[in-house]
Design a protein around this ligand. Structure first.
Ligand SMILES: [Zn+2]
Length: 426
């Protein structure tokens, strides 16, 4: 059969911006920073408050490195800021009525989406992953509450791809659609792609023969190299990943060489000490702190809570931004599980309703390519009742299936971490 897309030669989505010389990039970032600070100071009052607290004026933040003088605004501060001044904590530069969509992330955090195409700037990352006009793509990210579905939908639309808005779950249907429409692309988490292809095989489908899937664009979960290899060798699917968040949209993305994720060209990314916000030496792990040039949601020195390392070495692909090595984990106690942030406070809220639980600890492990969740509890009540009640309440609260295991009293240390992340990658 003739495929819709025959030419996936690498190239660039935006050659001028992606291959800029270091000097041009310095001038570009400097100019965009100045413009963004002026815009935000006029329209998003929270920035003025922050600058006053730090004893700074926007003129003192002329260079990207000057931003280190301003303490980061942490993602974990958003729920309370938004509660104080609903809905966006005075951080958004347009009235809510001028937005295109409003999303709700765990926290809860309201995430604004401004009007216009490709708002989240995902198109360049999807282009680098090989997506081209004519690709037919299953988008398995959720389309409701969180923005992941729309982010990728809009990026694909900007490239002229055909999108099938599947959302998550419904694995059988995903397999059927993949085959019926002869889809060439997948968008979603790495582990769900694996699940779908395994289910296809269980249904008697030989992916290399019966399917036309060539590309996968993944985010929202760790991508172990072992999984990438399995996808390529076993199923003929080329997997590329990107790093994006509901606040900032695209932050970094892999090029065809896949040796780290290039920092998106239209933002300033710094690696900072998670405690102090100050620079860490090149090659050291630190928190990803971002300043966007977004006119709707101009986040300045925004601490994502994600840990990574910046590699300034040139890349053979010709893109001239530095690269993030993989995301190493969370800088604070928020844990990302199957693409969702889980905070101990969400578990605390459930435990308040189940007073028989005296201690608890959520343990996250890897089982195959999946995150496996076990909530270990000590209880003074009848274990059977508590287990059933907790399993359903925890699932409601964190949107993830969790096994509850009763352990003898005294097993969990008094100062046990509420969420114990025992996952290892590769
Ligand atoms: Zn590259």
């Amino acid at each position: 059969m003739v495929r819709g897309v025959t030419d996936r030669s690498p190239g660039y989505y935006d050659p001028a911006l992606e291959t800029m010389t270091p000097e041009s990039r310095r001038q570009f970032l400097r100019a965009r920073l100045k413009e963004t600070l002026q815009h935000a100071a006029e329209r998003a009052p929270h920035l003025t408050t922050r600058l006053q607290a730090a004893g700074l004026t926007i003129d003192q933040l002329a260079e990207p490195d000057d931003l280190f003088r301003l303490p980061p605004l942490r993602k974990r501060e958003l729920p309370s800021l938004q509660k104080q001044v609903p809905p966006f904590g005075d951080l958004v530069a347009v009235p809510p009525s001028a937005l295109q969509r409003i999303f709700i992330s765990p926290g809860p955090i309201y995430d604004p989406e401004g009007a216009g195409p490709n708002y989240w700037r995902m198109a360049r990352a999807m282009f680098a992953a090989g997506f081209r006009r004519g690709d037919i793509v299953l988008n398995t990210f959720a389309y409701h509450l969180t923005p992941a579905g729309s982010m990728c939908d809009e990026g694909l639309a900007a490239l002229g791809c055909v999108v099938i808005p599947m959302g998550g779950g419904n694995t059988e249907t995903q397999v059927q659609v993949l085959r019926d429409v002869q889809a060439t692309g997948y968008v979603g988490t790495p582990s769900f792609l694996h699940t779908i292809l395994q289910r296809a095989e269980e249904a008697g489908i030989t992916p290399l023969r019966d399917l036309t899937l060539e590309l996968a664009f993944v985010s929202g979960g760790m991508l172990p190299e072992s999984l990438r290899t399995v996808m390529h060798q076993g199923y003929g699917v080329s997997v590329t990943q990107a790093y994006a968040t509901a606040d900032l949209g695209l932050i970094a993305y892999e090029c065809p060489l896949r040796s780290g994720m290039h920092v998106a060209e239209d933002l300033i990314l710094q690696i900072a000490d998670p405690e102090t916000g100050q620079p860490v030496p090149d090659g050291m792990a630190g928190e990803v702190v971002v300043t966007t040039f977004n006119r709707v949601y101009p986040l300045i020195r925004f601490g994502t809570g994600d840990l990574s390392v910046l590699d300034p070495a040139p890349c053979g692909c010709g893109r001239s931004t530095p690269r993030l090595t993989r995301i190493l984990g969370r800088a604070d106690d928020v844990t990302k599980i199957r693409g969702m942030f889980v905070h101990p406070s969400q578990l605390d809220a459930v435990m308040v309703e189940v007073p028989d639980v005296t201690r608890y600890q959520l343990v996250v492990r890897r089982a195959g390519f999946e995150d496996d969740l076990v909530l270990r509890i000590e209880t003074a009540g009848s274990p059977g009742d508590v287990v059933a009640r907790l399993e359903s309440r925890v699932r409601e609260a964190i949107k993830l299936r969790t096994r509850v295991e009763v352990v003898p009293q005294g097993t969990l240390p008094q100062d046990a971490k509420k969420i114990l992340d025992e996952r290892t990658w590769d």
